[in-house]
Design a protein. Structure first.
Length: 127
């Protein structure tokens, strides 16, 4: 997995695919403090991922306060050369400035079996 530093955060790019459409999201933070991964909903509306009236709106609390979000099952998440299919993903307004497109939390980090070296920085997969 290729990583880079953005605003002093370890980031990567990922591709999300939903109903046949796909998009690369940049500045996705590797966040070991987040239990769940979440994508900024503003960046995926063109894929058809948006809240509907029938959604159950959920709330999460963090250092930045409380945030509302919804979830969808996306066809595919691709991070580096690893592809995860049928992923339940949370979507919300995680960065009103529009610089951070998502957070990769422990749910996906565990599925990817990653090892993180923060000094370099580098993220690799366990065999």
């Amino acid at each position: 997995m290729q990583v880079y530093i953005y605003d002093m955060l370890i980031c990567t790019d990922l591709t999300v695919r939903f109903k046949g459409k796909s998009k690369v999201l940049k500045n996705v933070v590797i966040d070991t403090g987040a239990a769940q991964s979440i994508m900024n909903s503003a960046f995926v509306e063109d894929l058809g991922i948006m809240p509907s009236a029938s959604d159950k709106v959920l709330k999460a609390k963090g250092i930045g306060g409380e945030m509302k979000f919804f979830y969808r099952i996306v066809d595919e998440i691709k991070i580096g050369d690893k592809v995860l299919e049928n992923v339940e993903m949370d979507f919300g307004n995680i960065d009103p400035k529009g610089e951070i497109m998502g957070l990769i939390g422990l749910d996906l980090l565990n599925r990817l079996r990653v090892v993180i070296d923060v000094e370099i920085p580098a993220v690799s997969q366990k065999k």
